[in-house]
Design a protein around this ligand. Structure first.
Ligand code: AMP
Length: 279
């Protein structure tokens, strides 16, 4: 395993090897979901670069940024057993933001208008800025993202198209706890009873998937909210059904479209997101 803090050294190393590179951007506090991306990347590349960087510009809330879980020692110990060919890239702010910590402005059309884009001001400008910098600094052949952040994946796809970045994007399935809770670094903020309660998010999404053709979207939203908020500790921020193409929420489900249900739910103070495809 190699650890680099600067893209200069990282690029020099990779160029000298002339190898294929898979990149996994993360904010650390690694879990099995992240590691599943590493495994997939090793199936398809000679070297795997995993970046660990808590990106300030994608947080719309200072205390969320300050409290974001981090444990670099543990992250490195989780990655070490993988391979000698794993590279951990831990950039400092000036590597990502040479001109000061500020996000770029992008036009993503409808893709950032709803769900996370609506409830987290400027979030996707921040995400796109850091990913563009990471792509520039590591020049990967492929980059791996989790389906849990499906809207983020669509944003990055649009970024790559707009900027003509020569990196193939790979979307990887959501890894869950046995009880269905999607793994997330933020789960570290949950106590064990909250973790149990939070499993109702996926459970109820599966129910919605079973019954979606019998109700309209407003009714489905009510069913979801009633079930989730049965527990006083859980509060639904949004429930949207949208086509994967444009991510615009719909009121009626018509056939032959790739629809997905997207939700954000507070479990106590911790905000979790999840989604499920309806096809
Ligand atoms: P994060 O560190 O939360 O920014 O996530 C880094 C990458 O890991 C993103 O592409 C996420 O979508 C992905 N990821 C996070 N949680 C999971 C999960 N439970 N299963 C699969 N991928 C995940």
């Amino acid at each position: 395993m190699l650890v680099f803090k600067t893209s200069l050294k990282l690029k020099k190393f990779l160029n000298s090897k002339g190898v294929s590179v898979g990149l996994i951007p993360t904010m650390g506090a690694l879990h099995t979901g992240h590691l599943s991306l590493v495994e997939r990347a090793f199936e398809e590349n000679d070297y795997v670069v995993i970046s660990i960087y808590i990106n300030p510009t994608q947080f719309n809330n200072l205390s969320d940024f300050k409290n974001y879980p981090q444990n670099q020692k543990k992250d490195i110990s989780l990655l070490k057993p993988f391979s000698k060919k794993i590279i951990v890239y831990i950039p400092e702010n000036k590597e990502i933001y040479p001109d000061g910590i500020k996000s770029n402005s992008y036009d993503f059309g409808s893709l950032d208008q709803h769900m996370e884009g609506k409830f987290r001001d400027n979030h996707f400008n921040g995400v796109a800025t850091v990913v563009e910098a990471l792509f520039k600094n590591t020049t990967p052949n492929k980059a791996y993202f989790g389906e849990k952040d499906f809207q983020q994946f669509k944003i990055i796809k649009s970024l790559v198209e707009q900027k003509r970045i020569n990196t193939k994007l790979i979307l990887c399935p959501i890894v869950r706890e046995k009880n269905g809770l999607a793994l997330s670094s933020r789960n570290k903020h949950l106590n064990s009873s909250q973790k149990k309660l939070a499993s109702s998010i996926h459970f109820t999404l599966k129910k919605i998937k079973r019954i979606y053709d019998q109700y309209d979207v407003n009714e489905l939203e009510k069913i979801f909210i009633d079930k989730i908020e049965d527990s006083k500790q859980l509060k639904v921020e949004y429930f949207c059904i949208a086509s994967e193409n444009d991510l615009i929420p719909i009121k009626n489900i018509v056939n032959n479209k790739n629809f997905r249900v997207f939700v954000a739910v507070y479990v106590g103070q911790t905000r979790l997101i999840d989604n499920i495809k309806l096809y």
